[in-house]
Ligand binder design. Structure first.
Ligand code: SAM
Length: 299
């Protein structure tokens, strides 16, 4: 099993290329045209030779420590994300200087360093292997971003990363699932990007395909479950909202036909076809010409 996991990670991590090209990013609503469904890469991974993944001129590590691709980690081995996908992940997540990016299982620090160096964000990496942490810190220094890109030795399952505005990861499907509840409790609007692996039945907003690899992008949705009183122009009505992640589940007979969240942004379609776009702030929703108040939390 361990060998299969290694092959799967390696199969998804082809060598870095200098040129960055996002081939496509696929919106992923509940739409039959949505991007590729996630095959189980552990099962599908073809056997690949380690040497294929390292360019002859590529230097891993430094004179103090040379990590090896495939070396053991606590819950998953180390395989670096290709440069092209690092850039694509941070681009799709729209990382800005006011963001705080946390990479879970930071390896040599390349995602956090790119967030600081290329996107101007503050960034932090949590990594279990102390030698990798020290290497990541030296890499941040060499990249001139040690002031805003930090690393700590720690277990991602025991470290608080709730203040992140962007979370990145390259782990395993089972580890993503283990993190999912914690991530869903983060501030609505938090962006999450995973190299290669899904989050179970939480559909991504976008699928990111580069020449090298695939990533998935989610936005933590606001919680809107409960009963809401709507005022739309002169209309008054109440609606019970349930949600599966970012998608609202509206029963037959509801005054709302469809609904979807994008962080704190909400778009609703009334049964009469009127579109309502707005934003959620706790127990209030506000849009142009309409407001709603939560009158009963989810039971
Ligand atoms: C596949 S590598 C990804 C490295 C980096 N994020 C990247 O994409 O280039 C996964 C990393 O997670 C680390 N790791 C494994 N289990 C961990 C845990 N429980 N807590 C923190 N780091 C862990 C490994 O040592 C390894 O460096």
């Amino acid at each position: 099993m361990k060998a299969l996991v290694l092959l799967a990670l390696l199969a998804l991590a082809v060598p870095a290329t200098a040129q960055v090209r996002i081939l496509e990013t696929t919106p992923h609503p509940d739409d039959p045209m949505a991007g590729p469904q996630l095959a189980d890469p552990i099962v599908d991974a073809p056997p690949i030779q380690l040497s294929l993944f390292q360019r002859a001129d590529e230097k891993l590590g430094d004179d103090k420590f040379q990590p090896e691709i495939g070396q053991a980690g606590k819950d998953v081995i180390w395989v670096p994300t290709p440069d092209s996908l690092v850039k694509a992940m941070l681009t799709v997540a729209e990382v800005r200087p006011d963001d705080y990016v946390v990479d879970l299982g930071a390896g040599d620090g390349k995602i956090a360093i790119a967030a600081g160096r290329d996107f101007g964000a503050r960034a932090h990496g949590i990594e279990y292997n102390p030698e990798m942490v020290a290497l990541a810190q030296r890499n941040a220094q060499r990249a001139g971003v040690a002031g805003k890109v930090t690393f700590q030795q720690g277990d991602i399952f025991e470290t608080d990363f709730s203040s992140a505005t962007v979370v990145t990861m390259y782990l395993l499907p089972s580890l993503n699932l283990k993190l999912r509840d914690t991530i869903l409790k983060m501030k609505p609007g938090t962006r999450v990007v995973s190299h290669a692996f899904s989050m179970g039945d939480w559909d991504p907003e976008r699928t990111i395909n580069t020449d090298d690899a695939t990533g998935y992008f989610w936005i933590v949705p606001a919680n809107v479950e409960g009963r809401w009183a709507f005022e739309v122009g002169n209309d008054r009505f109440a609606a019970e909202l349930k949600q599966t992640y970012q998608v609202l589940d509206l029963p037959k007979g509801s005054p709302l036909r469809e609904g979807r969240l994008r962080g704190t942004g909400i778009s609703l379609t009334r049964a009469n076809g009127q579109e309502l776009a707005g934003s959620v702030n706790g127990d209030q929703m506000v849009g142009r010409g309409w407001v709603a108040t939560r009158i009963k939390p989810a039971s």
